[in-house]
Design a binder for this molecule. Sequence first.
Ligand code: ZN
Length: 212
Amino acid sequence: MIPLDFTPVSTLMTISRRLAEYGWLPATSGNLSLKAPDTSVWITRSGADKQVLAAEDILHMSPSGMILAGQGKPSFETAIHLAIYQVTDATAVFHVHTVANNLIARYGTHGTVTLGPHEMVKALDHWEETAQLHLPVLPNLLDMDQLARRIVDRLDPKVPGILLENHGIYVFGRSPALALRYLEAWEFLFRWTLESRLHDALDRLLLLNNRI
Ligand SMILES: [Zn+2]
């Protein structure tokens, strides 16, 4: 039985507006989903403007990808959401394209990007003082079923996210609030890491020219 406080449509609309206000869902990109206690999935439809997401922009689907209710096409990347639900205990999967998550993927070595140590790592449930997180990075593919299989192979239960080169990030959590916290923490770490590199490079350049 679905608990009375499970409100997938309003939850997705609220989270969508928040992420769109950050500028993380540009040009109708990105997709968001929630898994119900009965294992069915609520997901944004393809091409929806996330800033003004309406109830009719959300489809109800079976775990195997059959549309149970709603009009229009589900997100092009639905197969990835369903695959993540199959192999994790997540009940929320959020996917966004940002300049920072695309840039940070360029710094991957051996298929991972290393982030931290930084206080923000705690928001990703790692409490060791010098914790570093190794976020998996995969090449992007147009074949969603193949991409979904590769993502499942690379998922690390201790690292709630996976990056796709020249594309974006998938983040998942045991609740919508957790997935949102993880996503905000990842994006903070990406910007911090990128800006730190830029400042370091600038310092080196100024030092080289005897300006500092
Ligand atoms: Zn995408």
